[in-house]
Design a protein around this ligand. Structure first.
Ligand SMILES: O=C(O)CCC(=O)C(=O)O
Length: 280
């Protein structure tokens, strides 16, 4: 029988075949409590990357921030000392794991804003198949409000035009444009939901949805009037990941910090920027 929080053969197979797996009870309530404190600080004092993604007529907001782990001690503690690195490594079935960055998605009660379907890896300043994003709600979330995943899409091997989230964050560094690229238009998943195998779950604090960064995902939002949503997400890199500066632009764009740390296109990920936090 599978024990709560343990990585099973089923988790590894699901992650490989469908691109996402849910690990129930992966993270203990002490860590969740700590991250709730960190998010409260983060909302009060956003980093320069923090932005309100959406504010509706009723004043309900969707707040986003990222790469705050160096300035928020609770985030740093979680990244460096929680079991998340090992869990990501075991699910990806790799020999070592480097930390990439953190992101938070906070919606006030009743917020309806849904994140458009997209993939993560095409935005990143790295390239590789062995990647994972660990989406972890710090409150209970109903399935209709949780992140949704298009099963198997991590293996489609098509280059799609992606959303310009840089327009939402307003950060000049993070603009992404496919104007001069041969990328295909992004499929209209929302308009043809029945044509796709879309996966999501009711989730409790401590549950983590771990997905390949090539996986098409989106949604969230759609909250009941009395429900808010606070999500802490960490992104992890496995064995085959290399530096990749992209012509379309990147979000977040790490070109400057990587170059300053001596990393060039094609290099193995490492250095203090992306600490190795687990090895098999
Ligand atoms: O929670 C959300 O609204 C978006 C999450 C997402 O896109 C991600 O974690 O990559």
């Amino acid at each position: 029988m599978e024990k709560q929080g343990e990585i099973s053969a089923r988790n590894i197979a699901e992650f490989s075949e469908q691109g996402v797996t849910l690990v129930r009870g992966a993270i203990s309530c002490d860590w969740i409590e700590l991250l709730r404190k960190g998010i409260a600080t983060n909302i009060e004092t956003p980093t320069e990357r923090g932005r309100v993604w959406d504010r509706d007529d009723a004043g309900r907001v969707t707040f986003y921030d990222s790469q705050a782990w160096r300035s928020i001690p609770e985030y740093r503690d979680f990244v460096l000392n929680s079991p998340m690195a090992e869990i990501a490594g075991r699910v990806m079935n790799v020999s070592k794991v480097n930390f990439f960055f953190d992101a938070v998605f906070v919606r006030s009660p009743g917020a309806q804003f849904r994140t458009p379907f997209h993939q993560d890896e095409p935005f990143w300043s790295v390239e590789g198949f062995e990647t994972s994003s660990c989406w972890m709600p710090l409150v209970s979330v109903e399935r209709k409000s949780a992140l949704e995943f298009v099963a198997g899409s991590h293996r489609w091997d098509v280059k799609y035009e992606q959303q310009n989230f840089g327009a939402l964050t307003g950060d000049d560094r993070d603009q992404v444009s496919y104007a001069n690229s041969e990328a295909e238009p992004f499929p209209d998943i929302e308009g043809h939901r029945d044509d796709y195998d879309i996966i999501s779950w009711d989730m409790e604090p401590g549950d983590v949805a771990i997905f390949n960064a090539r996986m098409i995902h989106g949604g969230s939002g759609n909250l009941a009037a009395d429900r808010d949503l606070r999500v802490f997400n960490t992104q992890w890199l496995g064995d085959d990941v290399r530096v990749r500066f992209r012509e379309e632009g990147m979000d977040p764009d790490h070109t400057d910090v990587m170059t300053a740390a001596g990393l060039s296109d094609g290099d193995v990920i490492g250095t203090d920027l992306y600490p190795e936090l687990w090895r098999r």
